[in-house]
Design a protein around this ligand. Structure first.
Ligand SMILES: Nc1ncnc2c1ncn2[C@@H]1O[C@H](COP(=O)(O)OP(=O)(O)OP(=O)(O)O)[C@@H](O)[C@H]1O
Length: 267
């Protein structure tokens, strides 16, 4: 089995039985880049959380999710939290839209980045230099290690959150709207950084977004989600060139209109 992630007939339900994700199936091979695209509420984040075994209380996942050989959903008995904790970090790490989800506001950035690196067994001077190297990799200056999250910019906070996610050396990075909360220029820088780091480490990527231009720019393959259903999936270039579903067509048309508008505005 060469897949890093195999999702089969995944559904997510509320405790009253109402289904939020319906029968979703896909696989992800090592090094592959998959984009999940859809409007707000289409089920992108719940899919990511289900894959990580992190659904909020009151929601349950059904079907099967196999991540790096571990059954996250559909195990004969519930996996222990510790086991899933170890799997997260090592097999898959996540970067959220809001970097403060990952960062503790009361702890200096360096100590936070040190957390996952310490789990690799590093201590003392080796740990300190690994933290600085991790910050340097995401183009953050050394002084950021001593800063608290509120003392740095939103873009720098997201870079710190990326450094923490990558410090676990995961085989899969899940990026859930990682640039949506950032200014447009900072967005482009963070996307370029992610692209570079993922290529250098040959990691797989699950990139979640609502903006087709952004998602298509990073993903080789797309799944288009609407109201919890995968309405279309395939190679990015095929979908963008020839969208099959009316909803995908509307996404492609509005991305094109925006592009044309920007062209007209260009000096
Ligand atoms: N904890 C929860 N309890 C009940 N329903 C939920 C819960 N979390 C999400 N939902 C519902 O599940 C559906 C999918 O939500 P999800 O957060 O996955 O959407 P999304 O595509 O990620 O949207 P966004 O782009 O706004 O983040 C929505 O209808 C949402 O209201």
């Amino acid at each position: 089995m060469s897949e890093l992630l195999a999702v089969e007939q995944l559904s997510v339900r509320r405790s009253d039985g109402h289904e939020l994700i319906h029968d979703l199936s896909f696989t992800l091979a090592p090094g592959e880049r998959l984009g999940l695209i859809g409007e707000s509420g289409s089920g992108k984040s719940l899919t990511a959380l289900a894959v990580l075994g992190l659904l909020p209380p009151g929601l349950t996942a059904h079907g099967s999710v196999l991540l790096s050989g571990t059954q996250v959903v559909g195990a004969p008995r519930q996996r222990s939290d510790r086991r899933l904790d170890r799997l997260r970090g090592r097999a898959a790490a996540v970067v959220f839209q809001e970097p403060l989800t990952a960062l503790d506001p009361l702890m200096r950035v360096g100590r936070q980045v040190a957390g996952p690196i310490r789990r690799r067994g590093l201590r003392g001077a080796a740990l300190r230099s690994a933290v600085l190297a991790a910050l340097e990799e995401v183009a953050l200056p050394e002084r950021v290690a001593r800063a608290y999250p509120h003392e740095i910019s939103g873009g720098q906070r997201q870079r710190a959150a990326i450094a923490m996610a990558l410090a676990c050396e995961p085989a899969l990075l899940i990026a859930d709207e990682p640039t949506t909360a950032l200014d447009v220029t900072v967005q482009a820088e963070v996307l370029a950084l992610l692209d570079r780091l993922i290529s250098a480490r040959d990691m797989a990527l699950m990139f979640i977004g609502h903006d087709l231009a952004v998602v298509a720019g990073v993903a080789d393959r797309l799944i288009v989600l609407k109201e919890g259903f995968a309405v279309e999936s395939g190679r990015t270039q095929d979908i963008v060139r020839e969208p099959g579903h009316p909803y995908t067509r509307s996404l492609v048309d509005s991305a094109r209109e925006l592009e044309a508008e920007l062209d007209r505005m260009a000096p």
